[in-house]
Design a protein around this ligand. Sequence first.
Ligand code: TZP
Ligand code: MG
Length: 214
Amino acid sequence: MNEQQIRQALRLYLVMGSPNCGGADPVRVLEAAIAGGITMFQFREKGAGALQGQARLALGARLRRLCAQHGIPFIVDDDERLALELAADGIHIGQEDAPAAAVRERLPQMIVGVSAHDPAEASAAMAAGADYLGVGPQYATRTKLDAREVRGPAMIARMREAGIRLPLVGIGGIDAGNCGAVIRAGADGVAVVSAITEARSPQEAAARLLGACL
Ligand code: TZP
Ligand code: MG
């Protein structure tokens, strides 16, 4: 995918794993979210009750297949080996994970996304060859227990002012009511977990988000 295609794919980026689905089948949740219009997906099997080993691989394979059937880029959080096993389109790494330059070198064919919290981290990720940035938390989140302090959309504006032109997505506490502010600050899209996975209708929630963050 070229830069423009990545930018477009970031518009509504669903991030999730089974612990985010409150007992619902993650395959059903993803199907509904795709029907609602999500444009990219990240398999993030993390937190209390997260699947391990074979079960994690099996769920990842089902979600991967669903994405392939619908032309939705499939990204794996953190785990290079899992990304390769699932033939993912990309990998997303945080500041605490393997260095972005090393991942870029090991997985030259994949989209590499990097979490960045300030302009310095954003510049470093760009220099390391990142294809897109995830910037957060935009707002308070209950989904990631070790999330950093809330930065707000202002941090995205600061990165843009600092000359960071990479495709960029905001994450953390984003819903249909606040996603417009994230886009106006300079993001190409929004990444959400609970706004879709905890909605009574993930399909309607995705459609509403998509409409709200144009
Ligand atoms: N990284 C920063 S905040 C976050 C991640 C993975 C969780 C976002 O979840 P939610 O439910 O959309 O606030
Ligand atoms: Mg990580």
